[in-house]
Design a protein around this ligand. Structure first.
Ligand code: ZN
Length: 223
């Protein structure tokens, strides 16, 4: 068994607003940070490119892993160019931007990699607050998986979810507190249409991101 380094963390890092904020959060908490980015058949390769650049700027170790098979297992509009993306959450199901099993795969692979590097802290930017209907963003799932991973590998992993109980406006506030508001605003990609920074403005991810930013900036100027 590898000896665990208790001051190192591995961040599951997509290069979007949430995981980028988590990357800088982790940098404040841990002496060494690794970023793990997955290629899972995203339509926009720019996402991965921007993640690499931001990891370099943040001065963290960047790991890239190709898990494109997960996009082929279940149909979803993030990896299937022939599918139109749901603009709203359907009443009785997840939006078709849901990639089934994504966080289960990502966090399981992250844990194996963390173990390889002797790391027991894993950080993910999932949030239950601005809940878009993805079951694998919920706190109960993360806690359950944490137990499972520990049992699976006989380790003491700790999965950190700094954004679990905060909304998008508070996520912007956290970025500001960490001194990286402009970096997160300009150098991350959240947009489902692959437009960096403030994005296309009309996809569900852009609308959520912008509404949060406007709410935060308004509250800041009131102070
Ligand atoms: Zn967009």
């Amino acid at each position: 068994m590898n000896k665990m380094n208790n001051d190192e963390a591995l961040v599951v890092f997509s290069g979007g607003q949430d995981s980028s904020t988590c990357l800088f959060w982790a940098k404040k908490k841990f002496s060494k940070v690794h970023a793990l980015t997955f290629i899972y058949g995203q339509k926009h390769s720019l996402e991965v490119e921007m993640a690499g650049k931001l990891a370099e700027k943040a001065g963290v170790d960047f790991h890239l892993m190709d898990v494109s098979f997960i996009g082929q297992l279940g149909r979803n509009s993030l990896t299937d160019p022939s599918m139109a993306m749901d603009q709203e959450k359907p009443e009785d199901s997840c939006p078709n931007t849901f990639v089934p099993g994504r966080n289960l795969f990502f966090l399981s692979i992250a844990a194996v990699m963390a173990r390889e590097h002797g790391i027991n802290h894993i950080v993910t930017g999932v949030s239950q607050t601005d809940f878009s209907g993805y079951p694998d963003c919920r706190d109960a799932f993360i806690k359950s998986l944490n137990v499972t991973l520990n049992l699976a590998m006989d380790e003491q992993f700790v999965i950190h979810t700094p954004l679990m109980w905060i909304d998008k406006a508070q996520t912007w506030a956290l970025a500001d507190e960490l001194g990286v508001l402009d970096i997160i605003r300009n150098e991350t990609l959240t947009c489902y249409n692959g437009v960096p920074g403030d994005g296309c403005g009309h996809c569900p991810a852009c609308r959520l991101r912008r509404a949060g930013l406007e709410k935060y900036l308004a509250s800041r100027s009131e102070k």
